[in-house]
Ligand binder design. Sequence first.
Ligand SMILES: [Zn+2]
Length: 244
Amino acid sequence: MKAAPEAQRRLLDLQALDTALAQLAHRRRSLPELAEIETVAREISALEDERVRAQVAVDDLDRDIARFEKDIDQVRTRKTRDQARLDAGGSVREIEGLQHELATLNRRQNELEDAELELMEQRETAEQTLNDVKGRLAAAGERRAAAEARRDEAYADIGKEEEFKSSSRGPLVADLPADLVTLYDKIRLESGLGAALFRSGRCGGCRIELYGADLARVKAAAADDVVRCEECRRIMVRTAESGL
Ligand SMILES: [Zn+2]
């Protein structure tokens, strides 16, 4: 392939642009915020499970406490009824019977109230656990939002730079011979680098040093010959810096 030396030299500008674009794309993919967001998301998911478990524990205790409340109410009702009957008077046997029942009901009420108190203490602990999980969830949510904001800021910066680089790529490509750009793009898409400066006897793409007949071949090539590296097949661009 033939191409004007100036066109070949401008391939290096195009390559610099494409390298910068590839670096921006890489930066976009490997932002530290992405790993951070993923880590926090896993943390949040685990905390959500923990929150559900803590809520279930509180709800279970609430249900048990409500059941005790109902039982205690029933005992109180029976006590009031017995007391009213006792106040109304009756035979000695009846009074003894009611007094015995009242004593039993009092014991029962004490037992129920002690058990309820224990459950209420458990509920307090369970609620503390729940609030603790909610607090950690809120903190993790804030960390995620902050990381997302930093990520979006970085995306916006990268986007701006990409737009800037891309906008100069079009006019540059339009100035170059189409077949040269096609060849360059084909090589670049395979290896990331389509053209590189030939300097100090080395291919700028794979850094291989040329000797003897290989170096002579490059030296002997016409200025408008598109010379490619035998090793990596990239376009070796010769400029005044090449030292040929
Ligand atoms: Zn090479």
